[in-house]
Design a protein around this ligand. Structure first.
Ligand SMILES: Nc1ncnc2c1ncn2[C@@H]1O[C@H](COP(=O)(O)OP(=O)(O)OP(=O)(O)O)[C@@H](O)[C@H]1O
Length: 246
Protein backbone atom coordinates (compact mmCIF):
# COMPACT_ATOMS: atom_id res chain seq x y z
CA UNK A 1 0.00 0.00 0.00
CA UNK A 2 1.23 3.48 -0.88
CA UNK A 3 1.27 5.49 2.35
CA UNK A 4 2.21 8.70 0.61
CA UNK A 5 2.37 9.67 -3.06
CA UNK A 6 3.55 12.90 -4.65
CA UNK A 7 2.06 13.41 -8.10
CA UNK A 8 3.79 16.03 -10.20
CA UNK A 9 4.12 18.44 -7.30
CA UNK A 10 5.36 21.99 -7.71
CA UNK A 11 5.93 24.67 -5.09
CA UNK A 12 6.93 28.27 -5.41
CA UNK A 13 7.65 31.02 -2.95
CA UNK A 14 5.97 33.94 -4.68
CA UNK A 15 7.31 33.79 -8.25
CA UNK A 16 10.33 31.66 -7.36
CA UNK A 17 9.63 28.01 -8.28
CA UNK A 18 11.66 25.95 -5.79
CA UNK A 19 10.49 22.43 -6.63
CA UNK A 20 8.87 21.09 -9.78
CA UNK A 21 7.61 17.83 -11.28
CA UNK A 22 8.17 15.96 -8.02
CA UNK A 23 6.63 12.47 -8.17
CA UNK A 24 7.50 9.59 -5.85
CA UNK A 25 5.89 7.14 -3.46
CA UNK A 26 6.53 6.04 0.12
CA UNK A 27 5.34 2.51 0.84
CA UNK A 28 4.55 0.92 4.19
CA UNK A 29 7.67 0.28 6.25
CA UNK A 30 9.87 2.04 3.71
CA UNK A 31 12.50 4.62 4.52
CA UNK A 32 12.86 7.05 1.63
CA UNK A 33 15.86 9.36 1.88
CA UNK A 34 16.11 12.76 0.21
CA UNK A 35 19.69 13.57 -0.63
CA UNK A 36 20.86 16.76 -2.25
CA UNK A 37 22.82 19.98 -1.86
CA UNK A 38 21.65 23.01 0.16
CA UNK A 39 18.65 24.63 -1.42
CA UNK A 40 17.75 21.54 -3.51
CA UNK A 41 14.23 21.59 -2.07
CA UNK A 42 14.38 18.87 0.58
CA UNK A 43 12.76 20.86 3.40
CA UNK A 44 10.08 22.14 1.04
CA UNK A 45 9.14 18.58 0.05
CA UNK A 46 9.06 17.49 3.70
CA UNK A 47 6.88 20.46 4.69
CA UNK A 48 4.46 19.58 1.90
CA UNK A 49 4.43 15.91 2.99
CA UNK A 50 3.69 17.06 6.55
CA UNK A 51 0.76 19.18 5.21
CA UNK A 52 2.41 22.40 6.42
CA UNK A 53 2.71 23.77 2.88
CA UNK A 54 0.19 23.34 0.10
CA UNK A 55 1.57 22.51 -3.37
CA UNK A 56 1.07 25.25 -5.94
CA UNK A 57 0.54 22.45 -8.51
CA UNK A 58 0.02 18.68 -8.40
CA UNK A 59 -1.28 16.54 -5.56
CA UNK A 60 -0.18 14.54 -2.57
CA UNK A 61 -2.16 11.40 -1.77
CA UNK A 62 -2.21 9.73 1.62
CA UNK A 63 -3.14 6.05 1.89
CA UNK A 64 -4.18 6.01 -1.77
CA UNK A 65 -6.63 8.86 -1.20
CA UNK A 66 -8.27 7.19 1.79
CA UNK A 67 -7.14 10.05 4.01
CA UNK A 68 -7.90 13.58 2.88
CA UNK A 69 -8.48 15.68 5.98
CA UNK A 70 -5.33 17.37 7.28
CA UNK A 71 -6.45 16.67 10.82
CA UNK A 72 -6.72 12.92 10.14
CA UNK A 73 -3.38 12.85 8.32
CA UNK A 74 -1.62 14.71 11.12
CA UNK A 75 -2.99 12.28 13.70
CA UNK A 76 -1.02 9.50 11.99
CA UNK A 77 2.07 11.58 11.39
CA UNK A 78 5.14 12.62 13.35
CA UNK A 79 7.13 15.59 12.07
CA UNK A 80 10.66 16.38 13.21
CA UNK A 81 11.72 19.80 11.94
CA UNK A 82 15.32 20.88 11.52
CA UNK A 83 15.04 23.37 14.39
CA UNK A 84 14.56 22.17 17.96
CA UNK A 85 10.99 22.88 19.07
CA UNK A 86 11.17 22.31 22.83
CA UNK A 87 10.71 24.44 25.93
CA UNK A 88 14.18 25.30 27.25
CA UNK A 89 13.11 25.86 30.84
CA UNK A 90 11.42 22.50 31.15
CA UNK A 91 12.90 18.99 31.57
CA UNK A 92 12.61 16.22 28.97
CA UNK A 93 9.72 14.68 30.92
CA UNK A 94 7.88 18.00 31.25
CA UNK A 95 8.25 18.62 27.52
CA UNK A 96 6.99 15.14 26.63
CA UNK A 97 4.04 15.44 29.03
CA UNK A 98 3.22 18.91 27.69
CA UNK A 99 3.18 17.80 24.05
CA UNK A 100 1.53 14.50 24.97
CA UNK A 101 -1.38 16.38 26.52
CA UNK A 102 -1.67 18.40 23.33
CA UNK A 103 -2.07 15.08 21.49
CA UNK A 104 -4.90 14.26 23.90
CA UNK A 105 -2.99 11.78 26.06
CA UNK A 106 -3.56 11.73 29.80
CA UNK A 107 -3.01 9.73 32.99
CA UNK A 108 -1.41 6.31 32.70
CA UNK A 109 -1.43 6.41 28.89
CA UNK A 110 0.50 9.70 28.89
CA UNK A 111 3.09 8.24 31.27
CA UNK A 112 3.52 5.02 29.26
CA UNK A 113 3.66 6.72 25.84
CA UNK A 114 6.17 9.31 27.13
CA UNK A 115 8.41 6.61 28.59
CA UNK A 116 8.21 4.52 25.42
CA UNK A 117 8.99 7.51 23.20
CA UNK A 118 11.97 8.40 25.43
CA UNK A 119 13.22 4.81 25.36
CA UNK A 120 13.19 4.75 21.54
CA UNK A 121 15.95 7.39 21.54
CA UNK A 122 17.61 6.33 24.83
CA UNK A 123 16.27 9.23 26.90
CA UNK A 124 15.48 8.67 30.57
CA UNK A 125 12.62 10.72 31.97
CA UNK A 126 14.21 10.67 35.42
CA UNK A 127 16.79 13.34 34.49
CA UNK A 128 16.09 16.69 36.15
CA UNK A 129 18.20 18.87 33.83
CA UNK A 130 16.40 21.49 31.82
CA UNK A 131 16.48 21.30 28.02
CA UNK A 132 18.61 24.45 27.78
CA UNK A 133 21.33 22.70 29.82
CA UNK A 134 21.52 19.69 27.49
CA UNK A 135 23.77 18.98 24.49
CA UNK A 136 22.55 19.45 20.93
CA UNK A 137 22.37 15.68 20.48
CA UNK A 138 20.19 15.19 23.57
CA UNK A 139 17.89 18.01 22.46
CA UNK A 140 17.50 16.44 19.06
CA UNK A 141 16.71 13.04 20.54
CA UNK A 142 14.04 14.57 22.78
CA UNK A 143 12.66 16.47 19.78
CA UNK A 144 12.32 13.12 18.01
CA UNK A 145 10.70 11.53 21.08
CA UNK A 146 8.03 14.25 20.98
CA UNK A 147 7.22 13.28 17.38
CA UNK A 148 6.88 9.63 18.45
CA UNK A 149 4.34 10.29 21.23
CA UNK A 150 1.33 9.55 19.06
CA UNK A 151 2.88 6.32 17.67
CA UNK A 152 2.93 7.75 14.12
CA UNK A 153 2.54 5.54 11.07
CA UNK A 154 4.39 8.12 8.97
CA UNK A 155 7.45 9.93 10.23
CA UNK A 156 8.83 12.97 8.40
CA UNK A 157 12.28 14.06 9.56
CA UNK A 158 14.42 16.95 8.39
CA UNK A 159 18.13 16.20 8.79
CA UNK A 160 17.74 14.46 12.15
CA UNK A 161 21.46 13.72 12.53
CA UNK A 162 23.00 17.00 11.42
CA UNK A 163 25.56 18.64 13.72
CA UNK A 164 25.34 16.26 16.66
CA UNK A 165 27.70 13.93 18.52
CA UNK A 166 28.35 10.42 17.27
CA UNK A 167 26.56 8.69 20.15
CA UNK A 168 23.34 10.63 19.64
CA UNK A 169 23.59 9.99 15.92
CA UNK A 170 23.86 6.23 16.54
CA UNK A 171 20.84 6.29 18.89
CA UNK A 172 18.79 8.15 16.28
CA UNK A 173 19.76 5.82 13.43
CA UNK A 174 18.99 2.79 15.63
CA UNK A 175 15.56 4.28 16.49
CA UNK A 176 14.84 4.80 12.78
CA UNK A 177 15.80 1.19 12.02
CA UNK A 178 13.58 -0.08 14.88
CA UNK A 179 10.68 2.07 13.69
CA UNK A 180 11.08 0.76 10.15
CA UNK A 181 11.03 -2.83 11.47
CA UNK A 182 7.78 -2.02 13.27
CA UNK A 183 6.27 -0.91 9.95
CA UNK A 184 6.60 2.88 10.32
CA UNK A 185 7.09 4.63 6.97
CA UNK A 186 9.78 7.29 7.10
CA UNK A 187 10.57 10.15 4.75
CA UNK A 188 13.70 12.03 5.69
CA UNK A 189 16.34 14.41 4.43
CA UNK A 190 20.05 14.09 4.94
CA UNK A 191 23.35 15.27 3.53
CA UNK A 192 25.09 12.03 4.47
CA UNK A 193 25.41 9.46 1.68
CA UNK A 194 26.71 6.76 4.06
CA UNK A 195 23.75 7.10 6.39
CA UNK A 196 21.23 7.09 3.55
CA UNK A 197 22.79 4.06 1.85
CA UNK A 198 22.75 2.09 5.12
CA UNK A 199 19.30 2.98 6.29
CA UNK A 200 17.02 3.67 3.35
CA UNK A 201 15.04 1.38 1.12
CA UNK A 202 14.98 4.06 -1.60
CA UNK A 203 16.95 7.21 -2.38
CA UNK A 204 15.73 10.33 -4.13
CA UNK A 205 18.55 12.47 -5.35
CA UNK A 206 17.55 16.10 -5.72
CA UNK A 207 19.09 19.04 -7.46
CA UNK A 208 17.64 22.51 -8.02
CA UNK A 209 14.13 21.43 -7.10
CA UNK A 210 14.00 18.34 -9.31
CA UNK A 211 14.48 14.62 -8.72
CA UNK A 212 17.51 13.58 -10.71
CA UNK A 213 17.48 9.95 -9.54
CA UNK A 214 14.95 7.74 -7.78
CA UNK A 215 16.49 4.36 -7.02
CA UNK A 216 15.82 1.55 -4.59
CA UNK A 217 18.83 0.30 -2.67
CA UNK A 218 18.25 -3.09 -4.30
CA UNK A 219 18.66 -1.50 -7.76
CA UNK A 220 21.79 0.34 -6.64
CA UNK A 221 23.23 -2.94 -5.34
CA UNK A 222 22.53 -4.60 -8.67
CA UNK A 223 24.65 -1.96 -10.43
CA UNK A 224 27.35 -1.94 -7.74
CA UNK A 225 26.47 1.61 -6.71
CA UNK A 226 25.63 0.85 -3.12
CA UNK A 227 28.89 2.00 -1.61
CA UNK A 228 29.53 5.62 -0.71
CA UNK A 229 32.46 5.83 -3.14
CA UNK A 230 30.70 4.39 -6.21
CA UNK A 231 27.47 6.26 -5.54
CA UNK A 232 29.19 9.60 -5.04
CA UNK A 233 31.31 9.07 -8.15
CA UNK A 234 28.13 8.58 -10.20
CA UNK A 235 26.56 11.67 -8.65
CA UNK A 236 29.64 13.72 -9.42
CA UNK A 237 29.55 12.48 -13.02
CA UNK A 238 25.98 13.77 -13.27
CA UNK A 239 26.93 17.22 -11.99
CA UNK A 240 29.98 17.29 -14.25
CA UNK A 241 27.88 16.42 -17.32
CA UNK A 242 25.42 19.17 -16.40
CA UNK A 243 28.22 21.70 -16.22
CA UNK A 244 29.75 20.73 -19.53
CA UNK A 245 26.45 20.76 -21.41
CA UNK A 246 25.46 24.27 -20.25
N1 LIG B 1 10.30 31.06 3.13
C1 LIG B 1 10.94 31.09 1.96
N2 LIG B 1 10.82 32.14 1.13
C2 LIG B 1 11.48 32.17 -0.06
N3 LIG B 1 12.30 31.20 -0.51
C3 LIG B 1 12.48 30.13 0.28
C4 LIG B 1 11.82 30.01 1.57
N4 LIG B 1 12.19 28.84 2.11
C5 LIG B 1 13.04 28.25 1.23
N5 LIG B 1 13.21 29.02 0.15
C6 LIG B 1 14.05 28.71 -1.05
O1 LIG B 1 13.59 27.48 -1.58
C7 LIG B 1 14.67 26.71 -2.09
C8 LIG B 1 14.62 25.32 -1.51
O2 LIG B 1 14.83 25.41 -0.10
P1 LIG B 1 14.77 24.15 0.86
O3 LIG B 1 14.92 24.67 2.26
O4 LIG B 1 13.57 23.35 0.56
O5 LIG B 1 16.09 23.34 0.44
P2 LIG B 1 16.89 22.21 1.21
O6 LIG B 1 17.27 21.20 0.18
O7 LIG B 1 16.08 21.71 2.35
O8 LIG B 1 18.16 22.95 1.73
P3 LIG B 1 19.03 22.72 3.07
O9 LIG B 1 19.81 21.48 2.83
O10 LIG B 1 19.88 23.94 3.13
O11 LIG B 1 18.06 22.62 4.21
C9 LIG B 1 15.96 27.49 -1.74
O12 LIG B 1 16.37 28.17 -2.90
C10 LIG B 1 15.51 28.46 -0.68
O13 LIG B 1 16.26 29.64 -0.75
Amino acid sequence: MKILEFQDVEYGYKTNKVIEAISFTLGKGEIVGLLGPNGAGKSTILSIAATLLKPTKGSVLYYEKRLQEHKEIRRLMGFVPQEIALYGNMTAKENLYFFGELYGLKGEELRIKSEEAGEMVAISLKETQKIKELSGGMKRRINIAVALLNSPEILVMDEPTVGIDLQSKQYILKAMEDLKNKGTSILYASHHTDEILNLCTRILLLNEGKIIADQSIKELKKYGLDTVKTFEEEVMKFFFQQKTTV
